[in-house]
Design a protein around this ligand. Structure first.
Ligand code: DGL
Length: 290
């Protein structure tokens, strides 16, 4: 079983890509709706909530958990892997969504932490749109910088965007918000020593693919918006082919199960929009093991 964790239902955009690209696996989704959103919580709270939810997924038999949340991946993953997992569950693994995205931008494998010699990286400029904590963590900027220092990384926190998407705000309002964030991220571009117009945009929050068309409309022509769900699914596929011990596809093609720490009745309608088809959440308290 593969556990897929998110603060709420944004991670369903990732799960949707997993079920399309890696069918047959037994996926268990857990959304911590009772504590969402994570994007403006303090770092310690994000760490502790993420750890507790990973532990829940481990306890029901998921040996591999994917943090399908940029905030949790950026803020908590490294610490979980280095300080918690080795004693709490040494045979299990936790993966995130930031690593595959950085590999896709830099074309450098994660284990390479300095620019490959002899491989002059094509200079480019990347803009990252994410939650406040993801931006503050500096993960995207730091990790891209290690592997591809010629790449300029601009970052823009999109305060409140997750909440408006969650509340199914009118498209025109979302479009205005997105246009404002894009404009803010590009201030000064092309002037003096400022970087040139980005050629790549990372929607570094699991909610933003739902409003990707608004980013595409607001960004200058020619900016490529990376498809994080597909990138993550492809990366997980490669990981599973190297580590089949963590999960093998089941020919019966089981349906994913969806759990929440919140109230399923309030979650199901919007969650179905994120997943692209009807989903039915079960409350965590009703028993994950059933
Ligand atoms: N899932 C979060 C992320 O990708 C966004 C929602 C939240 O702030 O909890 O950053």
């Amino acid at each position: 079983m593969i556990g897929v964790f998110d603060s709420g239902h944004g991670g369903l955009t990732i799960l949707h890509a997993l079920t399309a690209r890696l069918p047959g696996h037994r996926y268990v989704y857990l959304g911590d709706h009772a504590h969402a959103p994570y994007g403006a919580r303090d770092v310690e709270a994000i760490y502790e909530l993420t750890r507790d939810n990973v532990e829940r997924l481990f306890s029901i038999g998921c040996r591999l958990v994917l943090l399908a949340c940029n905030t949790a991946s950026a803020v908590a993953l490294r610490r979980l892997q280095q300080s918690w997992l080795p004693h709490a569950a040494p045979d299990n693994r936790i993966l995130g969504v930031v690593v595959p995205t950085i590999e896709a931008v830099t074309k450098v494998p994660w284990h390479v932490t300095s620019p490959p010699s002899g491989q002059a990286h094509e200079a480019k400029s990347v803009v990252v749109y994410a939650t406040r904590r993801t931006v503050e963590s500096g993960s995207y900027r730091y990790e891209i910088g290690l592997r591809a220092p010629a790449v300029t990384v601009l970052q823009q926190a999109c305060a409140g965007l997750v909440d408006r998407i969650e509340l199914d705000a009118p498209e025109a309002e979302i479009a205005r918000m997105v246009a404002g964030f894009v404009a803010a991220s590009l201030i000064g571009i092309g002037a003096g020593t400022e970087p040139s117009v980005p050629d790549t945009a990372i929607l570094g929050c699991t909610h933003y693919p739902l409003v990707a068309t608004h980013f595409a409309a607001a960004l200058p022509p020619g900016v490529e918006i990376l498809d994080q769900p597909d990138i993550v699914a492809d990366s997980l596929g490669r990981y599973l082919s190297r580590h089949p011990e963590f999960d093998a596809p089941d020919p019966a093609n089981p349906e994913p199960r969806f759990f929440t720490t919140g109230d399923p009745a309030r979650i199901d309608p919007l969650a179905s929009r994120f997943f692209g088809r009807a989903v039915s959440f079960e409350r965590l308290a009703s028993g994950l093991a059933g």
